[in-house]
Structure formats: C-alpha cells, structure tokens
Design a protein around this ligand. Structure first.
Ligand code: XIL
Length: 632
C-alpha cells in the first residue's frame, strides 16, 4: 500500500511541478543540493583517503538504499574518508553539511566528527563542522553543521575523523546544500542615514564581505570592525611572523566602499598566543625585571608592525581591551600583562600606538561599563592615566547587553560619568541578547514578546546615546545579522538573536525601533522553516496530500513537530514518514525515527491520506516546534 501511494505521489508531484508557476520567493527559499553522496552506484563517488586508510563501497550497512562507504586500516585519529569540495563551495555562502556515520561491525563505541581542511598560501586550517558525536556499531548517527568559506583556498576538503585511531566506520548519505538568501530589503531606510552618530558600524568576518551580507553592510553601516582579524593570535601567531591576509581583506573592502575602520584590538588577555608570555628560555614568564622588559618590547614591536601596516586607513584603535576588574581593590585585571608589567603595558601600548598613528583615536575598551562599580574603577584608571599624559582618546563601552538589562538610567550614568574627563566615548560592540540567563534557550524563533522587549531595549539605549551624540562619535554593533553572532557560542551554545536583522537578513522590530517606532510589532520574524503543502489527488470525500519541510538555516533541526489546523472537516486517516495525531481540526505530525534531523538547506517530506470535503481548501498556517513557518 505504501509503495503504491508513494509512486502515485511522485507521479502527481512531478506533473504538478511542470505546470506550477514558481514565485521569486519560492526560488530564494528552495534548497539547493550541491553534492550528494549515496554510494548506491557502487563507486566511492569521488571520496578518497585522508592518510593511509582504505575506502570501499560496502553492502554490510547502509543508511539509505543498500550501500555505504566503509573506511578501514585506520592508524591515526585524523585518518578517514575525505571529499574535495574546492570547486563546489562558493565564498560567503553558508552551506549545510550532513553525513551519516556508523561503526563497522564489532567496533567498540567511540566518537566521530566532521570537519573541513582548508589550505591557503598562509597555511592550513582545520574547521569543525560537527563536533564529536558518540557512535556505535548498532545504528546510524547524523553529523551535521554549517560552513562558510571566508576567503580563497587552494585546497578544501570535508573529512570525518575520530577519537579512536583504529576504529573502522561507515559513512553514507553525505550532502552539501544551501538555501539561497533572498535579496536584502532595499525599500527601507539605511540605518547610517537615520541615526545621529558620526559613525554607525558593524563588526564583520571576511565571509560576510560577499553577496547579500556585503550589500547589507554597505547599505546600513558607515564603519567596519574586523571581528577577529586584527587580534594578536591572527596577526602575530609566532614572534616576528606577521600574517595580515585576513585583516587586509576587511580593510581593503572597507576602503573600497568608503567605510571607516575600527582597529580591534592591540592588547587583550584573550586570543593572545602563548609565546607572548614565555621567557627567553621558553618557560612561562614570572614577574622579573627581565621578563617585564621582554614583554614590553614585544608589545612595542607588535604595535609598531600592526598599526604601522595600516597607516591612515585605520582611524580608531582599541589599544587595550578589558583591563578592568572591579573585584580587585585597585580595579585592575590580574592578567599576565598586569602580573608581569603592572600598569606599564597600558602606558607602553598607548605611547607606541600614538607614535605610530599620531592622528588616530586611541581607545580603552571594556564590557559592563554600565555596572557602577566597574564604571567607577574604569573612570579612575582613565583619569589617572590621562593625568600622567597617556594619550587615551576615547573610552569604549562594549555594551553586550540583554533584553532586560541595563536600564536607560544606568546607561545614562555610564555616559555622564566620563563626560568630565573630556575624552570621546564610543559604543563599540553593542548587541542585545534575547536571553537573560545562561539556562535559557529558544529552540527556534524567540517568542514575539521577547523580540518586542529587544526592540524596546534598543530604542531606549540608543536614545540615551543620541542625547549624548556630541560625546559619542560612533555606535558599533557586534555583528551584522542574527545568522552569525558570537553569542551562539557564548556564554553557552544556543541560538541567539541579538542584532537588528534576522537570520534571513530581514529588518527586525529592533531595526524599526531605531528607524520608525510606529512600525514596531508589525514585523513577522523570518521563518526557521518553510512548508510546501500540496493536495496531490482528490476524489469524492477523500484526498491524498504531501508536505515538504525545509530548514533554511542557520541551525540544523534535530527533531520536529509540525502543526496546522484544517478549516473544515478533513481528517487524516493514514500518514507515512511521520507520526500524526489529530484533535478536532488540529493536526500535529512528528518526525519518524529516520527523518528527525533536517540539516541546514535540506528538506524532509511526508505524505498522507485523508477524508473530508476538499472545498474547505488547504491549511495556510504552520508551526514547526512552535515557531511560525513560511509557506512556499
Ligand atoms: C569575539 C568574536 O566575535 C568571536 O568570533 C571570537 O571567537 C571571540 O571573540 N568582546 C570583545 C570581542 O572585545 O573581541 C569579542 O569577539 C566579543 C567580546
């Protein structure tokens, strides 16, 4: 019965497709599968060996169909199967990648992961797509994640490796796919024209300088901060060996598009390579006069090279980042920098930066500067250094805040506290998390009221900055849109939505809060699911239908429950590739065990038979895991 229906379904669907008009948005939201490896033709389908392994097509286990690729003869954890993707992957496009894995018969449980190896003139990088997952010989496990190629590569390959050096395993049903982004909205005001600040900026990664992301950046922002590319680990990974390729990419884009650039950051306790704090003999530095002299000479050399490279192109530098700790009686963070040099690393950093870039604005940047205790410690530090003649030009307030915190009043005091010092102030890394503690997680789109609270927070805090526009030269957001934010990994791993544009780059309520508050509340968040519902055949009192659920990203879906309501007396009598329940007119369909995961850019379909009056029409509203879906 199932086979007959499925056959009928396929015939009706393909006939339907030929006659159906396809709208522009359906094209934008339809997934495109770039690579699919099923091994059903009995060949390895371009998969090869990473290291000395053997790869053979095997009928001993299959995820779909009757064959998979079996990997044996492993002797190193990094060995496994690999697939060259250089000609398939386009810069700046976010791809979903998915593969099913299972240990060979008789192997003990271990862990496997999916990664990308990328080689450029600068060296080789290993980028994790799906982290370690427990695998056994008893069942298939899906490794899935997303990947964006930031810049040109000479070699690009996906590979599976494991915690065990020897375990043999099967891989099957690999896919590389993406859902094209729709064009950005061009009928809405540019933020940089609307806000009253000299500069309105965004932190970006090189991958965002392509396609629709680049168009969004170009349109709305007047300043660009490289999110990671100017940090010490990026620019001087080993002593005296400078690497500027990625920073140059961002700087060149910004210059070509007439954007200002904020240089972030010269001295920080994070993302600083270990060698910086090793003494002349290679041991961890202790606080000795020799080590202090060595460390200060390294700061000096580093700043001369990095600031010197960009000359007038970079007009603002975050010279020191996060040096205050209000928990210390003296308010100074006990970093390696401080332990070995006291306050001198700050003095040296500002002095050298000023010598190399005399007209640049030099910033002392920190987070939680609204918290009164921290604010006051920072204030006293800056006042003291200014009195000594240290060339601090601005105080940077990061403003990593959330939907409930801080209040406008506290934010106002943050600004006014520094006014008497007569230095510039900049909002350097603003984002507004939808979470108020690390235990929360919204599996799909955040609830509407949370997005409204976020809009209110943006409106109230930016209004404070606007009142002090004479003292605040720039406001920068830490990211471009919700499809890519550092808060997805900080302080815990979960999807966050802290910016003004959503995961499909559409303006959110938070955007309208800054542009036209009257429109707040009118925005439907971009769907995290796309639904195609079709009645494929009808006969009196009965119908046959199918639903395709697509995941447009940015996060893989682990399991799903789709709900809709019929307008009339339709009742589902049978459903395949899912498990349904119906109460009155409300239908809910849960995934079957074999189609629970929907990698980014992929679809899952199910079909059904029903009774009822077809004149009632098809349902139009769907939710997936309680989030509203778009129909395609
Ligand atoms: C973040 C980046 O955005 C991430 O990609 C990176 O993994 C960690 O650092 N405060 C800062 C920024 O000053 O440099 C940090 O950027 C976010 C917090």
């Amino acid at each position: 019965m199932r086979r007959v229906l499925a056959g009928l379904l396929a015939a009706v669907t393909s006939a339907g497709l030929m006659t159906c008009g396809v709208t522009a948005s359906a094209v934008a939201d339809a997934p495109v599968t770039v690579v699919s490896s099923t091994f059903e033709d009995g060949t390895a389908q371009s998969w090869g060996a990473r290291g000395g392994v053997a790869t053979t097509v095997s009928a001993a286990a299959a995820h779909g169909g009757t064959r998979s690729l079996l990997v044996t003869n492993r002797t190193q954890t990094w060995e496994g199967p690999q697939l060259d993707l250089l000609d398939q992957v386009e810069q700046g496009t976010r791809y979903g990648m998915s593969v099913w894995v299972r240990l060979a018969e008789g192997e003990q449980p271990t862990r496997l992961r999916l990664s990308i190896e990328r080689r450029t003139g600068d060296g080789t990088s290993y980028e994790r797509v799906a982290g370690d997952s427990d695998v056994t010989a008893d069942g298939w496990v899906n490794l899935t994640g997303s990947y964006t190629l930031a810049s040109n590569a000479d070699h690009l390959a996906a590979y599976v490796e494991g915690s065990s050096a020897t375990a043999s395993f099967h891989v099957d049903d690999f896919t590389l796919s993406y859902v094209p982004l729709p064009p950005i909205q061009t009928d809405i005001p540019a933020l940089r024209d609307v806000v009253p600040f000299r500069h309105f900026g965004a932190a970006v990664e090189p991958a965002q300088l392509h396609g629709e992301h680049a168009r969004l950046l170009e349109r709305h922002f007047s300043s660009v901060t490289p999110g990671n590319q100017l940090k010490w680990d990026a620019t001087e990974p080993s002593e005296g060996v400078f690497r500027f390729t990625d920073a140059d990419t961002v700087v060149a884009w910004a210059k070509a598009h007439g954007k200002a650039i904020r240089g972030h950051t010269l001295v920080w306790h994070q993302q600083t390579p270990a060698w910086v704090f090793k003494d002349a003999a290679g041991a961890d530095m202790t606080a000795t006069p020799e080590n202090k002299a060595l460390l200060l000479s390294r700061v000096e050399a580093h700043i001369r090279a990095v600031v010197g490279r960009y000359g007038d192109d970079i007009g603002v530098w975050d010279v020191v980042n996060e040096v205050v700790d209000e928990g210390q009686p003296d308010g100074l963070r006990r970093s390696k920098w401080f332990e070995i040099t006291g306050l001198d690393y700050i003095r040296t950093a500002f002095r050298v930066a000023h010598e190399v870039a005399p007209t640049a604005t030099l910033v002392i940047n920190d987070y939680n500067t609204n918290v009164p205790a921290k604010r006051d410690k920072l204030h006293d530090l800056v006042a003291g250094l200014l009195a000594e003649g240290v060339p601090i030009g601005a105080v940077g307030h990061q403003m990593h805040v959330n939907v409930q915190w801080p209040s406008a009043a506290e934010t106002e005091e943050m600004i006014t506290r520094f006014l008497p010092l007569g230095v510039d102030q900049q909002i350097t890394e603003m984002d507004v998390s939808v979470y108020t503690d690390s235990g929360q997680s919204y599996p799909a789109t955040p609830p509407a009221e949370v997005l409204l609270a976020q809009a209110d927070r943006y409106r109230d805090l930016v209004a404070v900055f606007a009142r002090h526009r004479d003292a605040i030269s720039s406001v920068t957001l830490w990211g471009l849109a919700d499809d890519d934010t550092w808060l997805d990994a900080f302080p815990v791993t979960r999807k966050d939505h802290p910016l003004l544009f959503d995961t499909r780059l559409r303006a959110k309520d938070a955007y309208w809060a800054l542009v036209d508050p009257g429109r707040v509340g009118t925005v439907l968040p971009s769907a995290t699911c796309e639904i195609a519902y079709e009645t494929t055949a009808r006969w009196p009192g009965n119908f046959l239908g199918s639903v395709r659920v697509t995941n447009p990203g940015p996060t893989p879906i682990d399991s799903w429950e789709l709900a809709w309501t019929y307008a009339g007396d339709q009742r589902l009598t049978q459903l395949w590739n899912g498990v349904h329940t119906q109460t009155g007119a409300s239908v809910s369909v849960r995934n079957a065990s074999w189609n629970a995961a929907i990698p980014v850019g992929e679809s899952r379909s199910f079909g059904f038979l029903g009774t009822g009056n077809e004149v009632n029409g098809n349902p139009t509203a769907f939710t997936l895991n309680n989030a509203v879906c778009r129909r395609t």
